[in-house]
Design a protein around this ligand. Structure first.
Ligand SMILES: Cc1cc2nc3c(=O)[nH]c(=O)nc-3n(C[C@H](O)[C@H](O)[C@H](O)COP(=O)(O)O)c2cc1C
Length: 278
C-alpha cells in the first residue's frame, strides 16, 4: 500500500463518507500525519528538549494571524512548582498528572492596545471582536503547534479545563488585562505508537457547498452515533447517576448530557474583568 493509499484509508476510518481522491490530483502522502492523528494522553517520562519546544513555538506562531495583529502568546511552563500548581487545577482529569510538559496558549489583545497608546491613537474596537480575534489567533497557534509536534513524532492534548480556573491561572502566570488563558497543552513522547482513532461526523454534515444545509441531519447523526457505539464506544456513560444507563449511548447523547450541566459559567465575567467589553 502506498503512502497515498494509507492517507485515504485513514480518512475512511474517520469519516463514513470520506471523499475519493482524484487520480490526477496532487500526491496526498504528506497529509498522513494530519489524517491519522489523535490526541495523546499517555506519555513516556522522556523530556522534550527545550530547543525543540522553542522550534515548535516558532512554527506555531508562523501560522496565519488575523490582520497580522499577532494576538496570541505561548507560556512554556518550566518551574516544577508552578507546573504542579497548574496541574492541580485539572487533577480531576487523571491523565494530566504526569505529563512531561505543559504549555498555556493565551489570547493577547494587550499589545494592540499598547500600540494605540504609543502612537496616541484611539482604540476604536473595544467590543466583542477584540476578544474574538485574540481567541481565534490563540486557537490557530495551538493547532499549528499540535500539527508540528505530531509531525515530528510527539504527542499532544489540549486542556481547556484550565479555563475552569481562569482567574487562578491568570494570577499564576501574571497575565495582565486583555491577556487571557485560552487552553493548556500537554506535550511529550507518546507511549503508544498510534493514538485511538477518533471518528468524526460525516462530511455531509460539516462541509457545505455554496450554502448551509441541514438535510437529513438527525439521520446522519444517528448513523454516526451507531458507528461510534460500534467502533469507539464510551468507557462510561456521563452523568449516569442523574440520567441512568441508556441502552444506546452514542456521541449525541454524550454531548447533550455534557452540556446539560453548566460549564465555566463564570468565564464571561472573568473575561470582562480582564477589561474586555463583550
Ligand atoms: C480547545 C480544546 C480543548 C480541549 N480540552 C480537553 C481537555 O480539557 N481534556 C481532554 O482530555 N481533552 C481535551 N481536548 C481534546 C478533545 O477531547 C479531542 O480533540 C477530541 O475528543 C477529538 O479527539 P482527537 O483529538 O483524538 O481526534 C480539547 C481539544 C480542544 C481543541
Amino acid at each position: 500500500m502506498t503512502q497515498h493509499d494509507i492517507v485515504i484509508k485513514a480518512l475512511r476510518a474517520k469519516f463514513a463518507d470520506a471523499p475519493s481522491p482524484d487520480p490526477d490530483g496532487p500526491d496526498l502522502s504528506s497529509l498522513l500525519h494530519l489524517a491519522s492523528r489523535g490526541s495523546c494522553r499517555d506519555f513516556t517520562a522522556d523530556p522534550v528538549p527545550r530547543a525543540t519546544i522553542d522550534i515548535l513555538c516558532a512554527t506555531a506562531l508562523a501560522a496565519p494571524t488575523k490582520s497580522d495583529l499577532q494576538q496570541r502568546d505561548i507560556v512554556i511552563i518550566e518551574d516544577p512548582g508552578l507546573k504542579s500548581e497548574l496541574l492541580g487545577l485539572v487533577a480531576h482529569q487523571g491523565w494530566t498528572r504526569d505529563i512531561p510538559h505543559l504549555l498555556i496558549f493565551c489570547g493577547n489583545n494587550r499589545r494592540q492596545r499598547l500600540l494605540h497608546d504609543w502612537h496616541g491613537l484611539d482604540f476604536a474596537n473595544d467590543h466583542l471582536d477584540a476578544f474574538f480575534n485574540a481567541t481565534a489567533d490563540a486557537a490557530i497557534a495551538m493547532e499549528a503547534f499540535i500539527a508540528g509536534a505530531e509531525a515530528i513524532g510527539l504527542g499532544c492534548c489540549p486542556i481547556s479545563a484550565i479555563r475552569d480556573h481562569a482567574q487562578k491561572v491568570s494570577d499564576l502566570l501574571h497575565l495582565p488585562d486583555h491577556v487571557f488563558p485560552f487552553v493548556g497543552l500537554a506535550l511529550g513522547y507518546p507511549k503508544a505508537t498510534k493514538q485511538q482513532n477518533s471518528l468524526r461526523l460525516p462530511l455531509s454534515v460539516t462541509v457545505h457547498t455554496d450554502r448551509y444545509r441541514e438535510d437529513n441531519l438527525q439521520d446522519n447523526v444517528r448513523s454516526y452515533d451507531q458507528r461510534r457505539e460500534q467502533e469507539q464506544p464510551y468507557k462510561q456513560q456521563r452523568l449516569a447517576e442523574r440520567y441512568g444507563e441508556s441502552d444506546a449511548y452514542g456521541w449525541s447523547l454524550d454531548k447533550a448530557r455534557q452540556y446539560s450541566v453548566g460549564e465555566r459559567t463564570g468565564f464571561g465575567e472573568f473575561i470582562r474583568s480582564k477589561g474586555f467589553k463583550l
